[in-house]
Design a protein around this ligand. Sequence first.
Ligand code: 13P
Ligand code: SF4
Length: 304
Amino acid sequence: MLKDIQNEIIKLKKEKDICILAHSYQSEDILEVADFSGDSYALSVKASKVPNKTLIMCGVRFMAETAKLLSPEKTVYLANPAAGCPMAEQFSKDYITKLRENEYKDYAVVAYINTTTELKTVCDVCVTSSSAVKIVNNMPEKNILFIPDCNLGSYVAEKCTDKNIKLLNGGCPVHAAITAEEAMEAKKKHPEALLLIHPECKKEVTALADFAGSTADIMNFAKESDAKEFIIGTENSIVQHLQIMCPDKKFYAMSKSLICNDMKLTTIMDVYNTVMGVGGEEITMSDDTIQKAVKCINKMIELG
Ligand code: 13P
Ligand code: SF4
């Protein structure tokens, strides 16, 4: 039954010239029908290069918006319109505009890609978790306001010591909910395992990591390492994906609660309905918004 649905999706996407993009936090059955999977950075770069006329994003809304910003001439669908990222909505365009005008006049504003398109229109450069340190280091400005994730921001500040980085109180509710006690508990339970942590986690949690990095960095580290056991400190779908990719190694979740409900909203049936033309939501935005917001994505690609 699942195989039939997957085969139908694969047939239809070829007939209709559709490219399916899936974030690594999607389920295995979706990754199997996707043309590309990866973290936010890989997907945004892929979205700018694929020749297909239609893109379907299996992930959350800001990812589909990013694909549209980079390919405004393409038709872009979000496979499940209810899938949003709570962090992306944390600061409004008006709030950041006022901060820039009043408190942070001499600061460049760096926006994590997990932000709305509207907010990106008033920011200078985007970063993803894979590219943040490199991009901030490559920026000519010394004074930087990093929004919205204060945990990723403080990780970047630690690595970019010659920058003056200010943070706001935003972050990923899934990663930031994990405590240092939980991380230590996982280490105690699996003493032979290396602890790999996403820097969206709190500073004191990331400080316990044997390796800290983006989703792609964590996956690459686990695949290439000689170690045999790993505790995964990011969304729990990565535990399952790595276990399938590396059957001779063992992967454990750092916490049972590392589950992003928004990422879990998209199902294979949403993908099927979207390729059928009866589901998903087409992402639309004005030319003016595209022109303003795409500047900080292009700046990210230029500096990264
Ligand atoms: P990356 O895909 O950039 O690692 O970010 C993780 C995440 O939380 C995506 O929403
Ligand atoms: Fe947003 Fe966090 Fe979910 Fe990623 S894991 S989509 S940052 S809520």
